[in-house]
Design a protein around this ligand. Structure first.
Ligand SMILES: Nc1nc2c(c(=O)[nH]1)N[C@H]1C(S)=C(S)[C@@H](COP(=O)(O)O)O[C@H]1N2
Ligand SMILES: [Mo]
Length: 222
């Protein structure tokens, strides 16, 4: 469904091809997932960074807050169309979590502020058919996620990081944050969530990444 211009027409093909090759070659897989538990904090094959790398497909859409539009549709009793004002009028929470990127870096203690996805679910009321969600972003990126995992208490639609509005590079005005999965599931520049019955793969899932993405199980590629 192309209800916004697909900026991905201009994406960096070489970069995407290289990551597809990494997926094919199983890059960074240690096979040590059974020796690492969440208590050790750093998942297998990851290294800790202090900086916050920017990863995208070479396109960073410029979206003013007062132009941001957000849609929830699919198998929900109450489809939603939110403006920025609607979004920030919802109950706000701050949740601190770690980032684990499939390219091997992890970043601890990121304080995200925004709206709990659990709250969003109360507002839109998924129907019994809804089993998965597809997240759509303004750069044309998509990613899929199981509804039960999306409903976890640490999952947010965030507008701020460490008390400051998200920059454009990091997905502002609003991005998803799904801490229990590798960070590719955390769609930046989110504009739509579709509730679906049958699972559908997204951009990286179509290109060799795992359908789920649990860092503790090294679900990098699938
Ligand atoms: N819309 C969109 N969201 C995206 C991506 C993207 O290319 N487009 N990249 C994903 C990947 S692979 C990662 S690792 C994180 C990077 O987020 P960051 O740039 O804020 O570190 O965003 C994820 N969300
Ligand atoms: Mo990534």
């Amino acid at each position: 469904m192309t209800d916004t211009p697909d900026l991905l027409d201009g994406y960096r093909e070489k970069l995407v091809r290289r990551k597809q090759e990494w997926a094919r070659d199983g890059r960074l897989l240690t096979g040590e997932s059974d020796r690492c538990t969440p208590e050790s904090r750093l998942p297998p094959g990851q290294r800790l960074v202090e900086t916050w790398p920017v990863l995208d497909l070479g396109v960073q859409p410029d979206i003013a807050k007062d132009e941001w539009k957000f849609t929830i549709d699919g198998f929900v009793e109450n489809p939603l169309q939110w403006t920025w004002a609607d979004f920030i009028a919802q109950p706000q929470v701050t949740v601190t979590s770690d980032i684990h990127c499939v390219t091997g870096w992890s970043r601890y203690d990121n304080a995200w502020t925004g709206v709990h996805v659990a709250h969003l679910l109360e507002m839109c009321r998924p129907e019994k058919e809804a089993m998965h969600c597809l997240l759509y972003a303004s750069d044309g990126y998509t990613t899929n996620i199981r509804l039960d995992r999306f409903a976890d208490a640490d999952v947010l639609l965030a507008h701020s990081w460490e008390g400051e509005y998200l920059t454009k590079e990091h997905g502002g005005p609003v991005r998803a944050v799904v801490p229990k999965w590798y960070f590719w599931k955390s769609a930046k520049w989110i504009r739509r969530i579709e509730f679906i019955a049958e699972d559908e793969t997204g951009f990286w899932e179509d290109r060799g990444y795992h359908n789920e993405g649990d860092p503790w199980k090294e679900q990098r590629y699938g």
